[in-house]
Design a protein around this ligand. Structure first.
Ligand SMILES: *Cc1c(COP(=O)(O)O)cnc(C)c1O
Length: 399
């Protein structure tokens, strides 16, 4: 029963979240997702979306979705295996497999679900998972659901990965799966996939890459961190999302060896017990994958934007994490400074978010900028000048 005492206990918990400065307020947007958005009646430039290719409001994709809405309806009112598989679901699965040069693909309602249903299905008590310490929450939760032995290696530390692989083998593990984000969302750093795959071969392990921050735009033809590292078709499992570069709506998938995907279809709980994706979104996603190959200028635009932003911000004396990914963390250190910086930037028409503990380590507060192909060069330069202006005022950069 929800009585006064219960209510008070929840109020206390909420107050504790506020007191520790962790209460998340949602800014309400009254426009479609794009480079320019409307927040609180004000037009601002958005630099914090995962809309890497700027396709979240693309006309071609919207039209594809509209036609599919009329042709295939709103949704299936069924899970996939009862009466929830349409021709378009099979088409998208085949399209994703050919895009990533894999054997088969299974769709989920989200990548959170893809990761949630991955480990428990593929690994048993006698198996082991070796996971990067900074992996996404959905990998951590997915691993929690699984009975296999767990080993966590220090972020991107290949010596520690090797040590954990040895420990897993010595512990008698039968099958071993190494799991890593392809690109880590708080630092924009890329997993050392070449070394990971080499170690996996050496120790007889499989490799899973969650490429949510890579799929569609990173690497020479947008196949993600796996392609960036020269390993297209050479990792065992990729999980990813349709909610970031690939159209920005919702949905996820696992793609890889046929036997693994077939087993997931039989046993993966978020697949078996959750509704199938709406056809409008499925058709838009097929169109999206085609569009990436037909509009290579999108990939060039985001690369150019990233290069300009990284170079000029470094030039201005900001401390940024080096790299080449469009996630660019501007390191500020102090949590209050990061939050003030983001507020002041909004006044200047730039929408970004400050991240502090516990999302990132204490003393490493930062503003995370995400470049997009939706930004023009002018947009990027406007953001740089706003950063300089606020940075000088707050003493966070040289010039
Ligand atoms: C965004 C993200 C997810 C979750 O994807 P959804 O499709 O939004 O559930 C999972 N893993 C990583 C690394 C992500 O960045």
């Amino acid at each position: 029963m929800f009585n006064d005492h219960t209510r008070q206990s929840y109020r206390n918990e909420l107050e504790e979240i506020e007191r520790s400065g962790l209460f998340k307020k949602e800014r309400v947007i009254s426009s479609p997702q794009s480079a320019h958005i409307e927040v609180n009646g004000k037009r601002v430039l958005n630099f914090c979306a995962n809309n890497y290719l700027g396709l979240a409001n693309d006309e071609t994709l919207r039209n594809a979705a509209k036609h599919a809405l009329d042709e295939y309806g709103l949704g299936l009112a069924s899970v996939r295996f009862i009466c929830g598989t349409q021709t378009v679901h099979k088409e998208l699965e085949a399209k994703i497999a050919s895009f990533f040069k894999t054997e088969d693909t299974i769709l989920y309602a989200s990548c959170f679900d893809a990761n949630g249903g991955l480990f428990e299905t593929l690994l048993k008590e006698k198996d082991a998972i070796v996971s990067d310490s900074l992996n996404h929450a959905s990998i951590i939760d997915g691993i929690r659901l699984c009975k296999a032995a767990r080993f966590v290696y220090e972020h991107n530390n290949m010596e520690d990965l090797q040590a954990k692989l040895v420990a897993a083998r010595n512990g008698g593990a039968q099958r071993i799966l190494i799991s890593t984000d392809g690109v880590f969302s708080m630092d924009g750093d890329v997993a050392k996939l070449q070394e990971i795959v080499a170690l996996a071969e050496q120790h007889g392990a499989m490799v899973h890459v969650d490429d949510c921050h890579g799929s569609g735009f990173f690497g020479p033809t947008g196949r993600g961190s796996v392609e960036h590292c020269g390993l297209l078709g050479n990792v065992d499992l990729i999980t990813s999302t349709l909610g970031k570069a690939l159209g920005g709506s919702v949905g996820g998938f696992t793609t890889g060896h046929k036997e693994l995907i077939t087993l997931l279809r039989q046993r993966s709980r978020p697949y078996l017990f959750s509704n199938s994706l709406p056809p409008s979104l499925v058709v838009a996603s097929i169109a999206c994958l085609n569009l990436i190959d037909s509009r290579p200028q999108l990939l060039q635009r985001i690369r150019d934007n990233t290069k300009i932003f990284r170079e000029e911000m470094t030039e201005a004396g900001f401390q940024i994490r080096p790299g080449i990914h469009p996630i660019v963390p501007i390191m500020l250190g102090d949590a209050a400074l990061a939050s003030r910086f983001a507020d002041d930037l909004l006044e200047e028409g730039i929408y970004v978010i400050g991240f502090s503990f516990p999302v990132v380590p204490k003393g490493q507060a930062r503003i995370r900028v995400q470049l997009s192909a939706a930004h023009s060069e002018e947009d990027v330069r406007f953001a740089i000048s706003a950063f300089r202006k606020v940075g000088q005022r707050l003493g966070a950069c040289r010039s």
